[in-house]
Each structure stands twice: as C-alpha cells, then as structure tokens.
Write a protein that binds this ligand. Sequence first.
Ligand code: NDP
Length: 289
Amino acid sequence: MAQIIDGKAIAAQIRKEVKEGVQELASRGKTVTLAVILAGDDPASCVYVRNKEKACRELSIHSLVYRPSESITQEELLALIEELNGREDVDGILVQLPLPPHICEKKILMAIDPAKDVDGFHPYNAGALACGEPGFVPCTPAGIIQLLKRSDISISGKECVVVGRSNIVGKPVAQLLLRENGTVTIAHSKTERLKEVTSRAQILVVAVGQPEMITREYVRPGAVVIDVGIHRDENNKLCGDVDFADVFDVAGAITPVPGGVGPMTIAMLMHNCLEGARRSFQNSLKKTV
Ligand code: NDP
C-alpha cells in the first residue's frame, strides 16, 4: 500500500512560511503586491482567480485584479501590461489563461517583464531554468519538487519519467528533476512502448491530461507516482491522470486528486510573489545607496 503524499498539508506549511516572509517585508515597509488580469468570464478561470485572491488575502499579499471584458483588444491588454511593468509597487503580474481567441497568448506572455513573471512562463525564465540560472520557476512543477523534498523522497540518482511535455508542466518539471540530479526521461504522445518506459521510473510524474490513463501496468512496484491531472469524471467527481484505486497498492507513494499537486500550485504562486518582492526590495535598496 502506498504512502499518500499530503499536498494539502505541505501547501499549508509553505503558505505559513510565505506569510512570515510577507510580514517580515511589511515590517521593513514593503507590501507584496500581485496584479492579476482576467479577460472575459470563463467560469473555470473565474474560480481560479477567486482562489488566488483568497490566498493573497490570507497571506497579507495585496492583490490588484483587473477584469477587462472578453472584447478587450490585444493592444489594450498590452498597454495594461506595460503600465503594470512600470509600476514599482507591483511585484508580480499574472495573466489568467486561456485568453479570448482573438488575442495571441504568446505575445501577451512575452510582454510581461520577466522580473514580474510569477507564473514563470516567459521564455526568459524558461531559458534561465534550462541554464540553471535564477528566475521564476512555473508554479506546478516547483510544487512537485517541494512535494518530493518535503516527503523525504530523494531525487538524486533516481530514474525519473515525466509523461507529458507541455511548457507549463512537463518540460519544466523535467528540468527541475534534472537540476536535482535525477536521471530524466520525458515521454509524450509519440513515445513508443510507453508502459515499458514508465515501468522504469522510480519517480513517475504524470501530466497527460487524460483521465485515469495510468493504470498499474504502467507503474514499477514501489515507485513514487505524482499525478498532475485534474478532471471531473462521469459522476462529477474529481480525478487525475492516474487511476488512483488501481495504482494505490503497487506504488510506494502517490499523490491523491484532489489534495495532491493541486494545492501546491497556488502555494508556489504565493512563494514566487514573495520572491519577486524580495528581489525588487533589494534592488530599491541598492538604488538608494
Ligand atoms: P497538455 O495538454 O498541454 O499536455 C499534455 C501532454 O501529454 C502532451 O505533451 C502530450 O503529448 C502528452 N500526452 C497526451 N496524451 C498522451 C498519451 N496517450 N500518451 C503519452 N503522452 C500523452 O497538458 P498540461 O501539461 O497543461 O496539463 C496536464 C494535466 O495537468 C491536465 O490534466 C491539466 O488539467 C493538469 N494541470 C494541473 C495543474 C494543477 O495545478 N494541478 C496545473 C496545470 C495542469 P504531445 O506533446 O505529443 O501532444
């Protein structure tokens, strides 16, 4: 039977640490500020933004939420980002995805100042991660590493397989596992004999976006299984990319859905906001010397 990795508890611990950091900066006169842009009223995006606002409130992070209508033009959105880039009080900028179809996502993400890109999606930050330089790391992948470390699961020297190669999850989590000295394989929809590949993994990270695709046949006995997926099944119950019930007694440790990777994403977003604020505070001190 697998150890269940408690993402809720680990996320709560990180939020507590972030809150202490925010308070420490506040005592030195610096308020941590996150600007969130939600264009349109996509119901899932509205829920995500509400959750982010709530987390900011709990951690005493000041949040500015911009809710332009779905008909906002690309130029207007770029102008708003430009304005936020220039504001010294704004430490982080987050544009909630997906954007309305007439807006080029790539152009918008590229317009965010990399020093305020708390989602870590800007190519500058992706490059920094690939080169081992400091920068913002995307929140879900950063959260996965924290789940492993804080569960005393060592990565160094381990066979790690990541299923999925998206820019927001698969590729950055693979980079982070490599940074932690894992031996990393990235699998995707064109991978041949996927079961053979995943069965090598001592740490298996699944981000395929396919409900309950990963069954026990894909899992090496005793492996640590990290399930990034979030879906609603036919009974409207949340489930992941891993068939939890089937894999549970094969894996050594496993993240549940809900309560595994999910809570880590917002916790790491808050962490990134604090990091951004710390860096901008340090820079402002240098300027005044
Ligand atoms: P994408 O759809 O962008 O990427 C999915 C990846 O899985 C692609 O690389 C694709 O390969 C690969 N893939 C799809 N089908 C198969 C298959 N049958 N066999 C092998 N590989 C396959 O998804 P994301 O990375 O954005 O998200 C993945 C999951 O994580 C989703 O369920 C999403 O909802 C969830 N998620 C959860 C978050 C959280 O906070 N918990 C945050 C972000 C995402 P190819 O490149 O060849 O097409």
